[in-house]
Design a binder for this molecule. Structure first.
Ligand code: SAM
Length: 213
């Protein structure tokens, strides 16, 4: 961790023992690909600023980001968080057992999203699952997030793939087809007629949009 991040984290986004324990359990069981503490604090900031009550998260992993979100929701608020992988879902259930305002949902994101349209409109969606499905998640969000609601998506710089030109080589493990999807996703989110939005260079990039329609 560099000194700038160290300073910001210590002052604004320090993890408590519960969050640190989630990171430890994740590292023992699977890839540690959860958001950073600064991202977690930023999600909390958006929830408070946007008066978010009902939120959806796609991609729970072990429940680390869900715990950050849970702690910022107002009384009566709820987070629905979706995870496909059974082992990761079990980790998340353990993490979130005391988070009474979180509903962990096990299954494929697109199926689970389709099944929860009757609970719409939602105030916020946090997209952090299969990069190849980002356009499908955005289609769902455009229909099911309220006007003035917030769409947040992680990893939208795709390890720097999105700005490559011509035949410049892709970063390891990034497919051209996924890169095309992410570039289209960001271009849609950048549409000023639909969104007030920005791609923030946090970690691997986080695109944030307020829905204007
Ligand atoms: N949001 C989590 C956090 O910050 O703590 C990290 C999520 S991790 C980057 C992405 C997760 O999405 C993985 O655990 C993966 O199993 C899950 N995932 C991938 N494709 C999915 C799908 N189609 N439906 C549901 N979950 C999916």
């Amino acid at each position: 961790m560099d000194r700038q991040q160290d300073y910001i984290r210590a002052l604004f986004a320090a993890e408590d023992e519960t969050l640190r324990e989630v990171v430890r359990r994740t590292e023992l069981a699977t890839e540690p690909i959860q958001i950073t503490p600064e991202d977690g604090k930023f999600l909390q900031f958006l929830i408070r600023l946007g008066k978010v009550k009902n939120a959806v998260e796609i991609g729970t992993l072990a429940g680390y980001s869900a715990l950050w979100i849970s702690r910022a929701l107002p009384k009566g608020g709820r987070l629905y968080t979706i995870e496909r992988d059974p082992a990761r879902f079990a980790l998340a259930e353990q993490t979130l057992k005391n988070a009474r305002n979180v509903t962990p949902m096990h299954g494929d994101a697109l199926e689970q999203l389709a099944a929860m349209e009757d609970k719409a409109p939602f105030d916020m969606i946090f997209i952090d699952a299969d990069k190849r499905q980002y356009l499908d998640y955005l289609d769902w969000a455009e229909k099911n997030i309220r006007k003035g609601g917030i769409i947040v998506a992680d990893n939208t710089l795709l390890s720097g793939a999105v700005w490559l030109k011509g035949d410049e080589p892709l970063p390891p493990r990034i497919r051209q087809s996924t890169n095309e999807i992410m570039k289209t996703f960001n271009a849609r989110m950048a549409d000023p007629k639909k969104y007030c939005s920005i791609l923030l260079p946090l970690a691997d990039g986080m695109t944030v949009a307020v829905k204007l329609f």
